[in-house]
Design a protein around this ligand. Structure first.
Ligand code: FES
Length: 104
């Protein structure tokens, strides 16, 4: 089962093994600070905002159209922004590292 590491805005690294849900759900299950998931994962709140490091962007992929629309309302949006509720962990993402956005 894949492993994912969250880097919090204060630079703490939280590594979670056997990650088999979407990143927002994984973060909430493991009490990762800064991932609130207020809308429950329906892509409408951006309180699950993360940044994808360059080396992972191709494998994670770009945001979908609805996700991009939601991100556009977030002041901290960057080119490498994603909503973690829209990223499903798979074996192909084993070892993934994401940064929790300050305003997530
Ligand atoms: Fe609301 Fe991800 S949990 S957009």
């Amino acid at each position: 089962m894949p492993t994912v590491t969250f880097i919090t805005p204060d630079q703490n690294r939280i590594t979670i093994e056997n990650a088999d849900a979407n990143l927002m759900e994984i973060a909430q299950t493991h009490a990762v600070p800064g991932i609130d998931g207020d809308c429950g994962g329906v892509c409408s709140c951006s309180t699950c905002h993360v940044y994808i490091p360059d080396e992972w962007r191709a494998r994670v992929g770009p945001p979908g159209e609805d996700e991009r629309t939601t991100l556009d309302f977030n002041d901290a949006v960057r080119e490498n922004s994603r909503l973690s509720c829209q990223i499903e962990m798979t074996e192909a993402l084993d070892g993934l590292v994401v940064e929790v956005a300050p305003s997530a």
